[in-house]
Design a protein around this ligand. Structure first.
Ligand SMILES: Cc1cc2nc3c(=O)[nH]c(=O)nc-3n(C[C@H](O)[C@H](O)[C@H](O)COP(=O)(O)OP(=O)(O)OC[C@H]3O[C@@H](n4cnc5c(N)ncnc54)[C@H](O)[C@@H]3O)c2cc1C
Length: 194
């Protein structure tokens, strides 16, 4: 299921403690009839602000958060009917009548064919320098796939890195071009007219 509308009036169990799980739980408020989020640890990996919002919704009774809980089994024939969850320290089981289960336990990223290109890698990411150049001349990279000291996998950084990579790639492809370090109207102090 990719659409929020498909959860209209449904009882949903969400499993996970990262941003996907917490975002789905918060986004389904007002759509799903019942939302239960379980996580195997009391600590969440999601953004602090989102976790605060989640716990506030829990305290207000708008959804239910259960930790440390895991899924024992899911029952149903043609459709999910019931989930059996358990408290992972006491093993105590709880049965939940549910219409849908969202398992959001994390993503695995793969380099695919890029792994065979001869690119220098670091923890399964492509190593780049400050110009977003890889170890292969003329190959630039940006976004979540790259690695450099201090890298964060955020959209805003991906956009910035794309501009850096594109400028340097253009200058590499056509050495007559200069890498434009800013807006074309910008003048440095020494060149600015008196
Ligand atoms: C659940 C979740 C929530 C997030 N929330 C936030 C947030 O709130 N704020 C924020 O800043 N960031 C957030 N992020 C991170 C953000 O999504 C990423 O930083 C951003 O999408 C990275 O962009 P990208 O273009 O580098 O990679 P991607 O968005 O992953 O795009 C890579 C693209 O390349 C395609 N592709 C892969 N392999 C090949 C191939 N061999 N050939 C051709 N195409 C290929 C993929 O299909 C995909 O379309 C979140 C991430 C997740 C998973």
């Amino acid at each position: 299921m990719r659409s929020k509308a498909e959860f209209q009036g449904k009882r949903v169990l969400i499993v996970g403690g990262g941003d996907s799980a917490v975002d789905w739980a918060l986004n389904l408020l007002g759509t799903a009839q019942e939302i239960t989020l379980i996580h195997r640890r009391p600590q969440f990996r999601a953004h602090e602000a989102s976790v605060k919002e989640l716990m506030k919704a829990h305290e207000e009774g708008r959804l239910k958060v259960l930790t440390p809980y895991e899924v024992r089994r899911i029952e149903g024939e043609t459709w999910v009917r019931k989930a059996v969850i358990f408290q992972n320290q006491t093993q105590e089981e709880v049965e939940l009548e549910v219409d849908a289960v969202l398992i959001l336990a994390g993503y695995l990223t793969k380099l695919g064919p890029l792994a065979g290109w001869g690119l220098e890698l670091e923890k399964n990411k492509i190593k780049v320098d400050t110009t977003m150049a890889t170890n292969l001349p003329g190959v630039y990279a940006c976004g979540d796939i790259v690695s450099y000291p201090g890298k964060l996998p955020l959209i805003v950084l991906g956009f910035g890195e794309a501009a850096i990579a594109a400028n340097h790639a253009a200058a590499y492809a056509n050495p007559a071009l200069k890498v434009n370090p800013g807006h074309s109207s910008e003048k440095s102090e020494e060149k600015a007219p008196a």
